[in-house]
Write a protein of this length. Structure first.
Length: 88
């Protein structure tokens, strides 16, 4: 079985390409509370700096770097290149 979180940890930050990332579970609009975690299929690789920035202000982060959904699409393309259809 494909382990998405393990694969995410091997990717560079989807924003700055630095290595050493955390899998970030997408925050839905108006959400952001701890414990309200999205499924693993909705994770993107973020370095600690960008992960903290996103949690400080989702709207400011998305204004600067694009929506989490757009970054998820980019992440999924990377995973498909690295792992093929198994990453679905």
């Amino acid at each position: 079985m494909f382990d998405r979180l393990k694969a995410i940890r091997k990717l560079p930050c989807v924003v700055c390409a630095n290595i050493g990332v955390d899998p970030h579970h997408l925050i839905q609009q108006g959400d952001g509370r701890v414990g309200g975690t999205a499924p693993d299929s909705e994770t993107i690789p973020l370095c600690r700096v960008h992960h903290n920035e996103l949690h400080a202000s989702v709207s400011a982060f998305e204004w600067r770097f694009g929506t989490q959904q757009a970054l998820l699409a980019k992440t999924n393309r990377w995973l498909n290149i690295c792992y093929g259809d198994i990453a679905q």
